[in-house]
Design a protein around this ligand. Sequence first.
Ligand SMILES: O=C(O)CCC(=O)C(=O)O
Length: 257
Amino acid sequence: MLAAPVTSLSHARNQLYERGFAVIEEVLAREQVARIAQVAMDVAEQEMVKNPGSAFTVDRGIDGALAPRKIDYPFLKHPAFREFVLHPRLQELADTVLGEPAFLMRDQLFAKPPHFGSSKPYHQENASLGYAPADGMIVMWVALDDATLDNGCLRVIDRSHRALLAHSPQPGASYNHVPQSDSIDVRREMLLPVRAGGVVVLHSQVLHCSAVNNSPQWRRAYSSHWVVSSIACRTNAQRFGYSRTAGGGQGLRFRAP
Ligand SMILES: O=C(O)CCC(=O)C(=O)O
């Protein structure tokens, strides 16, 4: 089923905790996200020169063409990314949805090249990150291109955020950690198309994925993780986050790189 965008930030907050996701159109300007997509291409090209072989960061066409798939920690890699992810409208959105001041922990840039962009299988962010309480962490996924049914928009399983499933490395692509396929109720799948500049907010535990891109259009997105200050964590995710705890999981402080 197709998800309808929400019409206000309070509606976004309600829907996020009820169903695990919310689509918000027109958060940032199209020109602004187009600029970031261009910076992403430049940074990814430089990374591909350093490490051309990794299926984690690069997609490969049948004629051997290479194109960027992912940039990890873009915040640390270009000042334009830092300015972008700390945009006041994104901060306001994160604060409103979490219901208190939100802290940036990490980011990733997902690119799906035209014609051969690969899929991302169903997974829950919190399976590898271990934040507690799960309600204290959200993902904000900013569409840098129009994300459509043809180019691999996000998909979620409606209301799947209340149960954390066991994940294990996917055979043949061990960088993906996935739950057993029979634990995913695909009858509740929602498709989340959104225009460039719009944001999909995901609960830390909602099952989400994206399909291959067979279309002639790019599908790029800037994804960031935001937490509340009292968050605790059973993995080392916080140690590598951009915001650090002042002690005992309390009082997160922003740490500039
Ligand atoms: O952009 C995608 O295709 C996958 C995004 C994702 O898994 C995430 O933001 O956590």
